[in-house]
Design a protein around this ligand. Structure first.
Ligand SMILES: Nc1ncnc2c1ncn2[C@@H]1O[C@H](COP(=O)(O)OP(=O)(O)OP(=O)(O)O)[C@@H](O)[C@H]1O
Ligand SMILES: [Mg+2]
Length: 463
């Protein structure tokens, strides 16, 4: 492991010497400076992991050094050495951002322990930074896959709106990526360091929803033993994602509207209001405009939410994204699961391209994950696709060559593929017993034999 570098700044030679020996014997790489000015120069010209600095030095004091280090390298922990009579200064140094201080005279262990603690804090800080980058990487734009013109339009829109506080209403069928888009808006914007709080309005019982969202004070209702901040407050200066907004009961719609208009909330049971700064992104797979017509959703709230509408079209209306998504998930899951799958059979791709995808991208993702888990070779075949995927007639639709227009020809092709698929399935199910297969298909044995020949299935390989 690489040695950690420590800079000691002290005007007392004995002290420098003692510290240097102690630290070097513990495996640190040490440099020493005999006055504040020299110390500052070294910090500027070289890299150190820690600085240990005496408070009381002539000319450039420990506090001056501290201020300079914090300005140029705010992440280096600075440990101050405080002598008798400088304890107040040591506390002031802490306030200014010193990591810690030790009192003279100190034992060797004391300074080592302080360094170890600082090292641990530094490790945690880096880990945290890494995790935050991970989250950002996960939700940054490029992770929303889509080359279709509809998705490109959505990307352009997201880019435009990230840094504004305007309310966004994301709509689209289940699994079209509403939550993903909401997170992308948050993590691409200037609120990314602050919380993204997601609430599923449909998943929390109505009677709890108000206090979940707005919080409550102690004793507000039976069981409210302590006061609670509420999710809106938790999202302060960040983003609140209100999923399934169509499920919000009418009484809370009023309260939400008030919050959106005034940027104020009142906890359940409280007489005070609190001002909050929250960006709201709402999502729904329902037709909210229709809910408004039916009186289930307040019109004023609808308009207040729908400042920036973002509609995610179903996957079947942007089939050009399917192949790209398949490749994306293939890469993601082979990596995650440690599989070595490099190909997807053309037949499988055809099936995926033609399917209806009622569950949209979530359905596609789940089906691929399962296929990747189950596949032993290096190629995804249709073997581990669920039955409904192999069931007609969607795959046929894409199989129809573009110039075809004759209804007769197309229907013949559809019948052809349908029959072939069903016969293969029946044979598989009966383990190649043709008599029973014919029974299942409800055709005569002779008809089956004829069709087997017609479709070139006479010696089918039934796995
Ligand atoms: N364009 C996309 N690119 C990559 N992955 C996507 C895309 N859209 C959705 N996904 C993935 O599909 C899954 C479903 O997305 P998400 O949860 O955002 O959908 P949703 O619209 O919120 O669905 P629901 O209405 O059911 O809550 C997630 O795993 C998400 O990462
Ligand atoms: Mg969702």
């Amino acid at each position: 492991m690489e040695k950690k570098r420590v800079l000691i700044i002290d005007d007392e030679e004995n002290m420098r010497y003692m510290l240097q020996l102690t630290l070097e014997s513990e495996g640190y790489e040490v440099e020493a400076a005999s006055n504040g000015m020299e110390g500052i120069k070294r910090v500027h010209s070289s890299h150190f992991d820690f600085v240990i600095c005496d408070i009381k030095m002539p000319k450039v004091s420990g506090l001056d050094v501290l201020a300079s280090v914090i300005e140029s390298s705010p992440n280096i922990p600075v440990i101050m050495i405080s002598a008798f009579g400088t304890i107040d200064t040591a506390i002031q140094a802490m306030k200014q951002g010193a990591y810690d201080y030790v009192m003279k005279p100190f034992k060797q262990d004391e300074i080592l322990l302080t360094l170890k603690k600082a090292e641990e804090r530094e490790r945690l800080r880096l880990e945290n930074q890494f995790l935050r980058q991970e989250v950002e990487r996960k939700y940054r734009f490029e992770n929303i896959i889509g080359k279709s013109s509809q998705m490109q339009e959505i990307f352009r829109k997201i880019e435009k709106i990230t840094n504004y506080k305007s309310t966004v209403l994301v709509t689209g069928e289940s699994g079209t990526g509403k939550e993903l888009v909401a997170k992308a808006i948050h993590y691409a914007g200037n609120r990314k360091e602050l919380p993204f709080v997601a609430v599923n309005c449909g998943a929390i019982p109505h009677e709890l929803l108000e206090s979940e969202l707005f919080g409550h004070v102690k004793g507000a209702f039976t069981g409210a033993y302590t006061s609670k901040p509420g999710l809106i407050l938790q999202a302060h200066r960040g983003t609140l994602f209100l999923d399934e907004i169509g499920e919000l009961p009418l009484n809370l719609q009023v309260k939400l509207l008030r919050f959106l208009q005034e940027s104020e909330i009142r906890k359940v049971g409280d007489t005070q209001t609190l001002t909050v700064d929250v960006r709201v992104i709402a999502a729904t797979s329902k037709n909210l405009a229709k809910a408004v017509e039916q009186g289930a959703f307040r019109e004023d709230l609808y308009y207040r939410l729908n400042v920036v509408p973002l509609y995610l079209p179903p996957l079947r209306e942007r089939r050009e994204d399917i192949a790209l998504l398949v490749r994306h998930f293939l890469k993601k899951y082979t990596q995650e699961l440690g599989k070595n799958i490099t190909h997807i059979a053309p037949e499988s791709m055809k099936v995926l391209l033609g399917y209806e995808w009622k569950g949209n991208i979530r359905e596609l993702e789940n089906i691929l994950e399962r296929a990747i888990v189950m596949t032993e070779g290096d190629t995804i075949t249709t073997e581990y696709f669920p039955q409904e995927l192999l069931q007609l007639p969607s795959q046929i639709i894409v199989n129809i060559p573009e110039p075809w227009i004759s209804l007769k020809d197309v229907l013949k092709e559809i019948t052809h593929i349908t029959e072939k698929t069903l016969i293969t399935r029946a044979l598989k199910r009966t383990e190649n017993n043709r008599t029973r297969a014919a029974q299942l298909l409800e055709i005569s044995h002779r008809a089956l034999m004829y069709k087997l020949k017609e479709y070139d299935l006479s010696s089918p390989e039934i796995p």
